[in-house]
Design a protein around this ligand. Sequence first.
Ligand code: CTP
Ligand code: MG
Length: 460
Amino acid sequence: MSRAILRNVLKNIFQQTRFHPSLKQPVKYLCSSVDRKWKGHLTTMKLETPKFHHLFTPELKVLIDVFERNNYELRIAGGAVRDLLLDILPSDVDFATTATPDQMIQMFTKERIRMFNERGVKHGTISVRINDKENFEVTTLRIDVVTDGRRAEVEFTKDWLIDANRRDLTINAMFLGFDGTVHDYFSGVQDLQERRVQFVGDPIQRIQEDYLRILRYFRFYGRISERPDNHLTETLKAIAENVGGLERISGERIWMELKKILCNNHAADIIPVMYDVGMPSYLGLPSSADLDHYRQVCRNTEGLQPNPVTRMSALFKSEQEVYVMNERLKVSADEFRQALFIIESRHLPDKGNPIKFYKDLMCDTVGQRNKTVERIIELMKYKNEGELCGNPSLWTPPPFPVGGADLMKCNIKKGPHMQLMLKELRNVWKESDFKMEKSELLERIDDILPTLPELPSKKK
Ligand SMILES: Nc1ccn([C@@H]2O[C@H](COP(=O)(O)OP(=O)(O)OP(=O)(O)O)[C@@H](O)[C@H]2O)c(=O)n1
Ligand SMILES: [Mg+2]
């Protein structure tokens, strides 16, 4: 078909659909429908993996029977199909059906199956618990009618193609029947085989429906692509033009995705691409990061299962930048402290003796010992000294032999003075390479006392 004819056909569909009274948002709906009609094309294949059979619990069989008895179609949808095709057991399985939420409610009530969590109903999701053992979420096929880039108002449909078309990536837009048939409208199987990540239809439209999809794109790129630099130009262009929409996405949701990106394959290349398309400020990351240093830290941490914060810390030049990031991403208190710890300790001189350096650091770091060990292990990965991680006894000093009670016996009162004295004694102990014993350390008190600063006395 020539381009001109195609354009005309599309125009006709446009005009017919535009004034259809049932459409609340004609133009948006229309774009999707054109997209669907010309790009969506069903291909099927049989899935052969034992992982698929693992899903068939007695409870799932009950669910399947209920839908069958009531003549509604039910299929596995989205991410779980992708994972099974990759021979991975999916961590969560979503189900899609042609039954409307009302029909499902009627059916489950009749079948005496317990429903819970009514909040999903508006978007077509019914949650059920079967045999008091397993929960399932079943969602009616739908199209997102009005979207504000975060949430959608939906309209239900019985057309699998329409539902596939509103999904983000081709590899996430497939359905799986319980006989093992994969229903693939947008060449998701081929994209998986060729390890290609692309949006369903028009990337701009898909992104504008939910800006978090920008991050989902990079997450799945890391999981799927074999090459670090195989992005489609059209995809990157659409992302670059729409990064501003990330402003509307909550920091928590962004951090959930970013964490995975930082630990996935190709993290060394993906974050710089995210910089190229103008994302850092929307993620609370410094725009002037040293990306070569970041790449180096990715190499240092390769294969060591780093905490995502460890890699992210390479993007920060100052504590201030860590605070800015936290303002946006609201990372956990632990993650925040880990980032600060790396920023503070990465440039301390180790005087050519890393084991002594880490022992001293262990000794200097206040807080729970197991947390300190975790932080130091991450610092080792960061600094390319990961070979030390597996052997903490090498760099863990014995417990400091002096405590507050010992100092009180030597007439040192509790409070800031005692803290200063403990700190000085710890320094003496470090210099002895952790060999001095309690009695020897306590003998030093008299020498240290005159060197301590005068502390202001409490006002009466
Ligand atoms: N912003 C989003 C989020 C989800 N989905 C669709 O909803 C499915 C299920 O979403 P979710 O469970 O959040 O993601 P998964 O793709 O399953 O990935 P994961 O393995 O992390 O669960 C996705 O596969 C995709 O079809 C989407 O189109 N757009
Ligand atoms: Mg999922």
